[in-house]
Design a protein around this ligand. Structure first.
Ligand SMILES: [Zn+2]
Length: 466
């Protein structure tokens, strides 16, 4: 995030990022995807499409096509209750292989230039590849010994697909290599062997975990990532040489919001208690299940299974919780409606109207625009605390899936059965604190068309053609 990054740089604890910033351009506010969860963000960045087109709605969501809940690993308790096998299989056997829509293409698939993906959960490419899961997962029957997948020509993913044997992703303690140090060792091995392709995507998962525990003022994660980036630049001989040879884009994927210390967690099961909610132990509904909750930290999907229950029934209950700041759904006529637990009134919108927003998107708008903190200057829409709110909300909804999307105000987190309860900070919502990420760019003159992750695919493909 911008503020902690600036703070670490000022205190002299992030000299590499400072060097890159001083020798490049700094963009403090790039808009991430909603829900602000890595797996949906990364899929949007790589495909240039919102969740309702690329198919990955969050870390957990109800898959309408297969009529089952997908969970890529939300938190230890939830993973255990939902089933370790289901979680591992979703992440390793299904995410890239079949859950990302075949109607979209990732950057790795679209470009004819060679690319690399290092430690990114979303990596779909064109080359047949075989993954080798850790022995403990196949010995216990959680995963097969070998997994077929399509990946970029240069592909690294912890211990299951390693480029350089010396990177040694070690053990369970180091998350089987899904950590910052492994990421940098793998890219360094490419630099040293002079095998850097046209584009390399290197993922650093470390800072997210630290901020979840300690809050946004904890700078250790930035310092650690800075160290790893320093060793990457060192591998070129000198930092000056590094920025001569390569262009760098350093980017966060979501912000985080500090948790308040009292009444932090909003339990949707209590709010929706009149209805029977599908237990976490099942991924496929039975006839008695009326609702499904798929909680993504500070946002949640509420899927309505029972035909007798209307959107308005669910929305009326959600509105009784003041901490739910955004409650949205899409009717079969295409209109999206938004209400809030914090104020009365309703805002309705759909695409292709006479109002134009900051991103040149056109909208029909009716009702109370203050619900999404919009302001109007004649026909022009300005966003307030929810950046790019209209298209980001619309990107999580479809007119036939009978789901209600809710988010909580800053300081709070949504929980259901088994959900993780973060003590320091959390993300997932539409709010700017969760949604704005900083970016440092060196060696590249043009910026993306708009400062949003959804515009990155086009930008990066253009750069690859130069
Ligand atoms: Zn996180």
């Amino acid at each position: 995030m911008d503020a902690p990054l600036q703070e670490e740089i000022q205190a002299g604890r992030a000299p590499t990022l400072q060097f890159l910033r001083d020798n490049g351009t700094y963009f403090p506010k790039v808009v991430s995807t909603f829900p602000t969860m890595s797996v949906s963000i990364d899929t949007t960045m790589l495909t240039g499409e919102p969740p309702n087109i690329h198919g990955i709605y969050g870390l957990t969501y109800y898959n309408q096509k297969e009529k089952r809940v997908v969970n890529f690993g939300t938190g230890p308790k939830e993973i255990f209750l939902f089933g370790v096998k289901r979680v591992l299989q979703a992440a390793m056997l299904q995410l890239n292989q079949k859950l990302i829509s075949k109607d979209v293409k990732t950057i790795h698939e679209e470009t004819n230039k060679p690319t690399a993906s290092i430690n990114a959960m979303v990596y779909r490419g064109k080359d047949h590849t075989e993954l080798r899961p850790p022995w403990i997962t196949w010995l216990t029957g959680l995963l097969p010994r070998k997994i077929r997948t399509e990946a970029p020509p240069i592909f690294s993913y912890g211990s299951i697909h390693t480029l350089d044997k010396r990177s040694n992703p070690k053990s369970m303690l180091s998350q089987f290599g899904v950590n910052d140090q492994f990421s940098s060792m793998e890219i360094i091995s490419l630099i040293k062997k002079d095998k850097l392709p046209s584009l390399s995507l290197v993922y650093f998962p470390g800072n997210d975990i630290i901020v979840h525990k300690k809050g946004t003022s904890e700078g250790k994660g930035i310092m650690k990532a800075d160290n790893q980036i320093a060793s990457i630049l060192d591998a070129f001989g000198s930092w000056e040489e590094a920025i001569q040879i390569c262009s760098f884009i350093v980017l966060g994927d979501s912000g985080q919001t500090n948790m308040v210390q009292k009444d932090t967690y909003v339990d949707l099961r209590k709010i929706l208690h009149p209805y029977s909610i599908m237990p976490l132990s099942r991924d496929i509904a039975k006839s008695q299940d009326q609702l499904i909750l798929c909680v993504n930290e500070r946002m949640s999907y509420i899927n309505i299974l029972d035909e007798e229950i209307s959107y308005r029934d669910v929305v009326r209950l959600c509105k009784t919780e003041k901490k739910l700041d955004v409650i949205a759904w899409q009717e079969s006529d295409g209109w999206i409606h938004v209400v809030s637990g914090q104020t009365d009134g309703i805002l309705s919108f759909r695409p292709d109207g006479d109002y134009l927003d900051e991103y040149e998107q056109k909208w029909h708008l009716e009702g109370d625009i203050s619900i999404l903190d919009l302001t109007l200057d004649e026909q022009k829409i300005q966003y307030g605390i929810y950046p790019d709110a209209l298209s980001r909300l619309a990107g999580t909804l479809t007119s036939n899936d009978r789901s209600v999307v809710v988010t909580v105000s800053p300081g709070y987190e949504i929980v259901g059965q088994g959900s993780p309860k973060h003590k320091g900070a959390s993300h997932g919502s539409l709010h700017h604190l969760d949604s704005l990420v900083p970016m440092i760019v060196t060696g590249i003159k043009q910026a993306p068309e708009h400062l949003r992750l959804i515009n990155f695919k086009k930008w990066l493909l253009q750069l690859l053609e130069e």
